[in-house]
Write a protein that binds this ligand. Sequence first.
Ligand code: ARG
Length: 402
Amino acid sequence: MKNRVVLAYSGGLDTSVAIGWLSRDLNADVIAVAADVGQGGEDMEVIRKRALSCGAVESVVLDLKNEFADEYCLPALKANALYMDRYPVVSSLSRPLISKHLVTEAQRFNANVVAHGCTGKGNDQVRFEVSIAALDPSLKIIAPVRDSGMTRDKAISFATENNLPIEVNKKSPYSIDQNVWGRAIETGFLEDIWNAPIEDIYSYTAAPNTNNAPDEVLFSFQNGTPVAIDGKTVSMLEAITLLNARAGAHGIGRIDMVEDRLVGIKSREVYEAPGAIALITAHQELSNVTMERELARFKRQVDQRWTELVYDGLWFAPLRRSLDAFIENAEQGVTGDIRMMLHGGRATVTGRRSEESLYSFELATYDTGDQFDQSMAKGFIEIFGLTTKLAALRDRKFRNGK
Ligand code: ARG
């Protein structure tokens, strides 16, 4: 029987070649599925037609921008998701969503195989395959670049020999993945970790310039969700898009780091995520004002665990659902406004206000109106420090204080 393969199609060289490659090697009908997760660039209709010219029997384009923003970026914002304290898990968020739709399309077209264009060295292969297996374990998964020797050189000769409508020389020296939450740039000269990034690699951000006039933004959140920017109601997608433009114009959200991949490799990654960084910065500060201390401390650990789980490709794991339930509950009351200054590569919070604020002027002030009874502090410290004091006395007696 002829195989039917659903291929995660980007429109680029590798996945375009994969259409012909899979048809030949697997004796398969290939159904190309391209997902719009806000990556911008080429027109999705051009991409859809290209798959057909490359030999796909069906070609589908899915507009997943709102679903991506609402169901993936928003939970990441609520979790203040920054892997290794810096990377806003841009690619890690899109893979499970794309996988979900690959599975739906596979079921709709009666396909028995799902294919993706990842190499064997990255995290994305893990994210795709774990997600697909979780959603439909009966599907076979193949990755031609990794599993069937489709190297770059072979891909280029295949494209030329078969007259595929793709410009093989136009392939950039970098591996780039982008969506509305941000953009990742890897490989090429960046693999020498002493090399500084050059201006050319950026596209979501302008070079930070302190001579530009600052831009002030007012964020309004309701239970952790951004609901308005400068008083105007926005959807999550609109909030991200707007902030990508405004924070991007000030060079905010550029990240250059060496990252621990799940597969064990340390890799150099450059990211730009202006909207994500501005939103997370605002959300973190509003949480500082509205979230009770013990909950906030515990939530930081939950946030980190959530982020590592999602980075590692375990979006569909039961633990993520349970952590999300905790986070959702913790976010009740993260409501109010944040004022932020965008300038010279920095997003700086300059004001916060909230009806659910736990900040009490009367308790915090050092001026008149102080209602904090300082006389109670003495006894509190005495008892709070008691166990440390007892242990220190004991250690002085038996071990010279060590
Ligand atoms: N290292 C990042 C991650 O694992 C970015 C991956 C980008 N993917 C790509 N195919 N260039 O999430």
